[in-house]
Every structure is written in C-alpha cells, then in structure tokens.
Write a protein of this length. Sequence first.
Length: 84
Amino acid sequence: MNDFHTQAFTKLKTALINTTALSPPDPTKNYIIFTDASFQGLGIALVQNNKPIAFALKLLKPAEKNYTIIKLEALALVYLLKQF
C-alpha cells in the first residue's frame, strides 16, 4: 500500500467516525459483530438494536498479509475483543 492509499484509508476512517452517531451500549442486551477482512486490513462494527456502538479499523502487518481469509476474519474478532 502506498501513501495515497494510506491517506485515503485515514480520510475514510475519520469520515466514518465523525459522521456516524454512535449509540451508548446497553450491557443487558445482545451485541452483533460485523467483520470484514481483506489482504490489506480489517474492518469491524459493533452493533446493538441496529444502531452502531463502535467501529474499528486495522491495517495488516506484513506477516498478517499471508494469513488466509478465514484467519483474518478470526483476527478481526480478536482485535475487536482487545479493543473493547
């Protein structure tokens, strides 16, 4: 990934975080986790009652780019648990 892609990713991340109203979590209700993995990065959304609670994005390290997609999806879950 070159500087252009990194800057575009950062701008997109900032736009998503700043324009989406996050809802406070209710610990008595269930959560839904959405993950998306590619060979460049991970995207995670934590949702409750169809409202976003949190978003997380992670660029992959060089070694992580060798993981299979199923392992990257699992890595996204681990990353989510560590973040929240």
